[in-house]
Design a binder for this molecule. Sequence first.
Ligand code: PGA
Length: 255
Amino acid sequence: MAARKPLIAGNWKMHKTVAEAVDAIRNLAERIPGESKVEIMVAPPFTALAPAAEALKHTAIALGAQNIFWEDEGPYTGEISGPMLTSAGCSHVIIGHSERRQYFGETDETVNKRLRAAFRHGLIPVFCVGETEGEREAEKTFSVLDKQVANGLKDFVADDLKQLVLAYEPVWAIGTGKTATSEQAQEVHAFLRSLIEKKLGRGLAESLRILYGGSVKPGNAAELMGMPDLDGALVGGASLDAKTFSEIVLYDRSA
Ligand code: PGA
């Protein structure tokens, strides 16, 4: 099987001013050795991206945005495009986060357009999928994920998706302190990998990194990351504090 280097990504959501973001990055960089077994990414709010890029120079930490608009420029008040993100120093972008779906009208169709824009500009998309609590209780988890993946990746071929990162984030586990058990997460990750294999072939399925997100903390990271189909984490709340996030990044040492 192809080796998959884990990616530990911090999603700062709507937190941190410019000064706070730069401070957190400096603090994080000091805690993380130059050589790491995992890839690391932080996604500050748009306003802090350019100064964050500056603070991240000479570190091994990558910079991500939390969203991308699908057009490159034009009369789209309030939107941010791919060229703006790359010129601010981003290499990654989170797409289709459940908070975007829940509060800002994100749909599978707009996710598909955003993914297309990310690839067009050489940004590595972290494409989020996940079921709500009600959907899980109604035993619709797999059908919901199947639909999100099928529609989100509509009209892509495997060759387009070599850089894709998928993130499984059960909505009921985000910011709630309720983590999926490692077995629950593994079950879904294995399902997602088999779905990708069925739709796009074995090569992509084996190389694809699938992150888990939802109340990841230093205390549960090692166990989650120990599951065969979990290739990293998308961390919200616990990524805001540099010390806590560094403990997650260094999970394999604390195991
Ligand atoms: P959480 O958020 O770690 O605070 O649960 C994860 C996410 O929304 O990406």
